[in-house]
Each structure stands twice: as C-alpha cells, then as structure tokens.
Design a protein around this ligand. Structure first.
Ligand SMILES: [Zn+2]
Length: 328
C-alpha cells in the first residue's frame, strides 16, 4: 500500500466515524427531546378537554335553575299565605259595600267605619228623590267620618246606607221620586202593623203609593232587613224630610228607643215629641226595628233642601256614644 492510499483510507475511516458519531448524537437528541416535548404537550392536550368541558357550567346551570324554579312557588306561597290570613287587620273603613239591589237593579251601598262590636246604623234616601237632601247629608257624614276617623269609639262600628231607594232618586228629585220602582212606599213595607193601603186623608198623599204586596215584598226592604239581622246593630237613625221632628220607632216604643229620642232631641231643634198630623203609620221601618229589640228613630230634616249638617254632626256623636241599657 502506498502512503497516498493509506492516507485516503484513514481519512475515510475518520469520516465514517464522524458520520456514525453524528448519527448517534441525532438519535439521542430525538429520544431525549421527545419526552420533554411530551411533558409540555400532554398538559395542553388535557387542558383542551377541560376547556371543552366549559359547557359543564352550562349543564350545571340547568340543574340549578330547575330546582330553584319548582320549589320557589311552593316555598313563597305557603309563607305569604299564612301571614296574610293571620296578620292582616280589618281596615278601619270599607265601602261601598253592596248589600243588595233595587227593583231596577241599582246597588244599595253601605259604608262602614270602625271595627268595634257595637253596631250603629244610619239609613238615608228611603223616600228617594223627594227627600234627596237626606242622601246629601249621608254623603256629607261619610266624607266627615272619612276625614275624622277618631270620632268613632274603638268599641263601635258605624254603618251608613246612603240611599235605600236609588230608583226613586233616579226618577225625580220631587214628590214623584218618593216610591220605589214598584210604586211602593218603602217606609210602609215592613212587618210591623203592615197594610197594603191606608186612610190617606191625613197622610202624605201627593202620589198614589202602596205598602207592597206583603210585608217585606220589596228587594230594598229585604236587603236592609237581612243586613240588620246579620250585624250587631244596637241603634238606628233613619233620616227623612221634612219638618215633623223626631219619631221613636215601636208600637209602642221601648224605653231605650225613647231614651235615644230624648238624647237626639237634646242636641237638635227638631220637634220632640213630633208633630202629630193624625196619620196612622203602617209597615214602618223603625217600628219593625224596635220590635226586634233595636232602638230606632225617624229624624226629619227641617226642609227638603238643607242637610242641617252642623246639627247632624251632634246627632252623629250622640248615636256613636249612646249606650242601650237593655241588651238587644
Ligand atoms: Zn221620608
């Protein structure tokens, strides 16, 4: 072998050696770097699924909404119902309370003030439009008590029926509006010495009116009768007009009714005993009430237009403060 050939062989060996060494190094690099890369890759790979599980919130929303929807009505209904039944006090005043309807289907309206056990009742407008000022007075009293609730004692409930005969009121504000739509005088329709007709020569006789087809035949009478029998009424004032004074109900009146009449007479200029025109009153409302143990008066205003408001405020105070001696 020549020296030149030997040199070539050695060089080739070195080159081969270098190539092998490089291949080794490359192999090591691949195997050793791969796990390192895998360390970084695998977290990102598992992070992606977790972030795709982000709908978990959405899927966890459905369960939280559903349970909160179903129990909430039952949970809120039960607690709110129980307190309203037990805790809500009866309001001081209430009205209009419709206690019935007239022949022509107009409502009969009562206003209530106070919550006490001792009932007091004012009835106006029994003779409709011909005594329209009694309805005006009732409205003034309703307005006054609304503004001054303190005048009603704690143990009293005051009821005001503003117009017992709204059909008569609607028909005319003159004597034509006295009877109800059946031509019945509602102060002659009660079960107390009831008569269909009577001697009119000494009585009110501007139009022909009757006592009805029987005691309590009229819907207005029935509504007021049922209302009184269903409530603890201890005294009644029934306003009329005009001029004849204070009439004590009863055939004859009970002692308490006479006492109430005297108490009202003491604060008014209305005649007591009343003016006697010789009329025989039949089927009267206050006679019926007195016979049912409830002191009751007809109080006539001085004319057909004025309400005598200041004087009837005094009457109202008498009615509210007055106490029966005989328990009804
Ligand atoms: Zn009258």
């Amino acid at each position: 072998m020549t020296r030149k050939r030997l040199t070539r062989l050695v060089t080739a060996l070195w080159v081969l050696n270098l190539v092998f060494a490089l291949a080794l190094a490359a192999a090591w690099l691949v195997t050793s770097v791969e796990p390192v890369r895998a360390l970084f890759v695998s977290p990102t790979a598992t992070a992606t699924p977790t972030s795709t599980f982000a709908p978990t919130p959405t899927s966890s929303l459905t369960p939280t909404v559903l349970p909160s929807q179903t129990p909430s009505p039952t949970e809120t209904l039960t607690p709110t119902l129980t307190p309203t039944v037990t805790d809500t006090p009866i309001p001081f005043s209430e009205g209009p309370i419709v206690i019935g309807y007239s022949v022509e289907n107009r409502p009969l309206e009562v206003y209530r003030f106070g919550t006490g056990p001792h009932g007091r009742l004012i009835v106006a407008g029994m003779h409709g439009g011909s005594e329209y000022n009694t309805i005006l007075l009732a409205d003034q009293l309703i307005e006054f008590v609304t503004q001054h609730p303190q005048i009603v004692p704690a143990d009293v409930t005051l009821y005001i029926l503003r117009a017992l005969n709204p059909d008569g009121e609607a028909k005319s504000h003159s004597y034509e509006g006295r009877a109800n739509a059946n031509g019945v005088d509602l102060n002659r329709n009660w079960d107390a010495n009831w008569q269909k007709t009577w001697d009119r020569t000494r009585c009110w006789n501007f139009t022909y009116v009757t006592g009805g087809t029987g005691p309590g035949s009229e819907p207005e009478t029935q509504a007021l009768m049922n209302f009184i029998l269903a409530h603890p009424i201890e005294a009644i004032i029934n306003y009329h007009s005009a001029a004849l004074g204070i009439f004590a109900g009863g055939l004859p009146p009970e002692e308490d009714t006479l006492r109430l009449a005297e108490a009202v007479a003491a604060v008014t200029t209305y005649p007591w005993p009343p003016v006697d025109i010789g009329c025989i009153y039949t089927g009267g409302f206050t006679d019926w009430a007195d016979e049912h143990g409830i002191p009751a008066l007809d109080v006539e205003l001085t004319d057909h237009t004025h309400t005598d408001f200041e004087m009837n405020l005094l009457v109202l105070n008498v009615l509210l403060d007055w106490k029966p001696e005989r328990k009804p």
